[in-house]
Design a protein around this ligand. Sequence first.
Ligand code: GN1
Ligand code: MG
Length: 366
Amino acid sequence: MATTHSLETIRSAFDAFFPGAPVQRVAQNLGGHINQTYFVETTRRAGGGCRLFVLQCVNKHVFPNALGLMENVMRISEHLERKSQADPAADHRRDHLHYLRTADGRLGVDTDAGFWRLYRFIPHAEGRLQAETPAEARAAAAAFGRFQALLADMPPPRLVETIPHFHDTRRRYEALERAFIENRAGRADEPEARELLDGFRAMRPLALSVQKSFERGEMPERITHNDAKYSNVLVDPDDGHPVCVIDLDTCMPGLSLHDFGDLMRSMCADAPEDEPDVSKIVARPEMYEALAEGFLSEAGSVLTPAERRLLPNGGAVMTLEVGVRFLTDYFEGDHYFRVAKPRHNLVRARSQLALARSMAAVLPMG
Ligand code: GN1
Ligand code: MG
């Protein structure tokens, strides 16, 4: 199979981690739109008894601060490693991403083409797109809750904010108003776009409820995953049980409810993010119950009363925030989110507004 980078480039990046280790096979993983991912197999055991590794070239256009990102990822990886080693019941080989340093102790290899990093392949685990049942949702939420609880005692310093102001909801709303006024793509007069704008404006108090609680000092900053969705937890192919949380690239300081909210946004309704038919977008209380139960079973002991009270708000906040971002991008001419059809961002914004409204109607907002 032809690979994006030459075999020579791939081998030489791998060699920085295990100098002289004989590479038997290289295969490219074609999933993922941002980084390039390769499976590298060695003919004999190279590190920690392993022969299979995942070598990635981090896209420096998307992540200009690749080094800061890797500092975060490595600190998380090493913290989880210590926790797993200390827990006799842990499945040490599979329960966390285990990043490796280069032979001379660096976080990876920085080249013009990108930043090369390496982790151990996780055996017998697969990613799935959607949770089908409340039991699956509960288990995934427990995995993300556990991830957060395990990181609650990570020693300072604070992680690098790789995407500054990522979940500053108030600022996201300000950006929407600005995009509407600037009207760069000439879409600000479209009746549906105006209607959506008014819809998001009306829900602004709910959208800001979590941020305001944080500003009142009711909840601490934590280390959060920031892409808490079903496909980011690998499951065991035999029983579907979560094995390992993956995709640590957006891990940074954030609020617990951002992760819980993302879980709700991605699993509460049985409809994709760009469902054009809003009548199909209905928040399912039983999914919320399952997610809350799973999340609290692992993270409950570290959460403050406000975090518990505002769990349902988390879902509405994250749904409104990303809806606001879709509509902003629509007004700006679709330059952030990749679109597959005309008005795609408008359709996404519409579905997110519908989902937030449905959540507000059927869930007990705090
Ligand atoms: C982006 O690339 P992806 O799908 O993992 C976005 C998230 C949004 C999501 C909406 C770094 O995530 O914040 O929730 O799209 N990630 C970034 O689909 O902006
Ligand atoms: Mg992601």
